[in-house]
Design a protein around this ligand. Structure first.
Ligand code: SAH
Length: 367
């Protein structure tokens, strides 16, 4: 019998080091390690975060030999676009990305008359297992790095600046961590990404923290940590039910932190940051859309610094659930509003390209 030898290619455990993973000080040290002067870190950072380029050929303020060394060492390509799908005449665009190890994630760019919102992923897959969400069904593949998260934004900003999105050259104004993954379960990388997003150039993209929303299923200790980061981002809590009995089934992590605990953490967040908390509630026909649940929710939120975002349930493969009847949705809104609670119904942008809330599943092109 012949011995079978299988050659296993060494797998890198982590994505290559990237400028966006590093603080300004760390970038200066990294540049020195590459044999360059520290101020080159500022120049390289401006190319990436201001001019939105990683192409050494365009870095004409750098000596030719340094360009390759610096870009090669600190600006590796981390995301490969596998597929782009658009709708709304090109103003909504979903991109499927392959990461260095084959993991897949998606991001969505949505251009409105007055703003551009990017919905970004923070994990490949998700471990929270919410039964109505497509991402939850496949489980968690892995956490994304800070630079992998930031690259989604830079790619969108680049496309906008280049005039690729109808409406003329533009800028990203809002970032929502509402793509694949549970951002607070990848806390460190997400905080790093938020810093790169809000820090002014050359450190980062200089997008207002007020335009950044971090959405969570309700990981209480992480909400408390986020409150004291000094980053006035909007917190969104995916509540979906006002009672533990139902929420235990819709958002399984509720068995660990109950509705009352999650909302208390949200009010602490609001008190510390003075930011209004967004309560996300997907309306699911005959599951969580009863008027008595609107009443219960209204009583929980009355007088709080909160705003309810109702999301008509988006269809996901294999799910038996669907969006509420229009009359039930209207009644739910009325009941909530009668408690003095601010409420809006979110649009379903991107639904026809499976790019709306809960539809991101990173299916491969032939899947
Ligand atoms: N894990 C984080 C970030 C994802 S945000 C979180 O849960 O908050 C995605 C938002 O879309 C969440 O509020 C999620 O509950 C909601 N969602 C998931 N599936 C949905 C669906 N099928 N229809 C509408 N909203 C959905």
């Amino acid at each position: 019998m012949s011995a079978e030898l299988t050659f296993v290619a060494p797998r890198r455990a982590k994505p290559s080091r990237h400028l966006a993973d590093l603080s300004m000080d760390e970038r200066r040290s990294a540049v020195v390690e590459l044999g360059e002067k520290p101020f080159r870190a500022d120049q390289l950072s401006r190319h990436y975060f201001e001019r939105l380029t990683a192409d050494p050929a365009l870095m004409t303020d750098l000596p030719a030999a340094s360009r390759e060394r610096l870009a090669g060492g600190l600006l590796p390509g981390l995301l490969t676009s596998v597929r782009e799908i658009t709708c709304d005449d090109g103003t909504t665009r979903k991109t499927l990305w392959r990461l260095f190890d084959g993991a897949m994630v998606e991001s969505v760019l949505m251009r409105y008359p007055d703003r551009v919102t990017m919905c970004v992923s923070s994990q490949a897959g998700c471990g929270m297992n919410c039964p109505f969400c497509a991402t939850g069904q496949a489980g968690l593949t892995r956490n994304m790095s800070t630079a992998e998260i930031v690259e989604q934004v830079v790619a969108g900003a680049r496309a906008l600046a280049a005039g690729e999105i109808p409406g003329g050259p533009g800028r990203v104004s809002n970032i929502v961590f509402m793509g694949m993954g549970e951002p607070l379960a990848n806390y460190k990388a997400v905080i790093g990404a938020v810093r790169r997003i809000v820090d002014p150039a050359p450190a980062g993209l200089g997008i207002s923290a007020r335009g950044v929303t971090v959405s969570t299923v309700g990981l209480v200790p992480a909400i408390d940590k986020l409150a004291v980061e000094g980053l006035p981002v909007t917190l969104a809590v995916s509540l979906h039910a006002p009672d533990d009995e139902l929420r235990d089934t819709l958002v399984p992590v509720n068995t660990r932190w109950k509705v009352g605990e999650v909302l208390d953490a949200a009010w602490r967040y609001a008190a510390t940051t003075k930011r209004r908390v967004s309560i996300e509630y997907a309306l699911i026909k005959d599951i969580n859309d009863q008027e008595w649940r609107a009443d219960l929710l209204g009583r929980l939120l009355k007088g709080k610094l909160a705003h309810v975002n109702l999301i008509p349930l988006n269809p996901t493969p294999g799910s038996k659930w669907t969006a509420s009847r229009p009359e039930d949705e209207r009644a739910f809104v009325r009941r909530l509003a009668s408690h003095g609670v601010a409420v809006t119904v979110r649009d379903t942008r991107g639904r026809e390209i499976d790019g709306a809330c809960g539809q991101l599943a990173a299916a491969t092109p032939d899947a």
